[in-house]
Design a protein around this ligand. Structure first.
Ligand code: FMN
Length: 189
């Protein structure tokens, strides 16, 4: 059994990315894995600058992010795409998470951490540009990024509750990918 963190990149209650994450969580729960959610795109976090860091120190949420990430067997990112990139709030949370309590660079929470990336958008590419950017970013932090993304394009149609059949193919994909990712995490331990 592995313990995962679902890293949430959208605080919208109806977020397509949170719904994509829920598909992955469902399959993992069925195989006795745990998934705790972490809103890394936390709108209450100040925007990271070195001056702000010197002024306010490490915000409490950041201490918690870093602890949760360190303890997790793997991270499942639910990453929206904003103008071809990850959302600024997610990048802000990640940036804070790379800093020590003494305002030094500290990438240790991400070192060799297995990461899986899901992205969903109403567009026809399903957030692949943001997912690719996030993958490169995480590799730069020393994480192990699973080489396949879970992408859901045309999200309004796929998550339309009046047409559950649209979701079925993605449920199967979520099951196979999430269990492959769990094996990927366990192979490294
Ligand atoms: C500022 C902004 C920029 C966006 N840029 C893109 C984009 O580049 N590609 C895309 O597919 N969708 C884009 N979208 C649409 C988002 O994919 C859509 O709002 C999605 O629902 C956000 O994710 P969420 O549902 O998890 O909150 C953009 C939305 C916003 C607000």
């Amino acid at each position: 059994m592995a313990n995962f963190i679902g890293v949430v990149g959208s605080d919208r209650p109806e977020s397509f990315n949170q719904q994509a994450l829920a598909l992955l969580e469902g399959s993992l729960h069925q195989s006795d894995h745990t998934v705790d959610r972490l809103l890394l795109a936390d709108p209450t976090l100040p925007i990271y600058t070195q001056i702000t860091e010197a002024d306010v120190g490490q915000p409490t949420q950041v201490t918690q992010f870093r602890e949760s990430i360190k303890k997790a067997d793997g991270l499942l990112f639910a990453c929206p795409e904003y103008n071809g990139l990850m959302p600024p709030a997610l990048l802000n949370g990640l940036t804070w998470a790379t800093r020590s309590p003494t305002a030094q660079a500290d990438l240790s929470p991400f070192a060799l951490k297995p990461c899986f990336i899901a992205s969903s958008s109403p567009g026809s590419l399903g957030g692949i540009r943001a997912a690719s950017q996030l993958a490169n970013y995480l590799i730069g932090l020393g994480a192990l990024v699973y080489p396949q993304f879970f992408l859901i394009a045309n999200a309004y149609q796929v998550f339309d509750p009046s047409k559950p059949e649209a979701l079925q193919a993605f449920q199967q994909k979520a099951e196979s990918l999430s269990l492959e990712f769990a094996r990927f995490c366990q192979a490294g331990n």
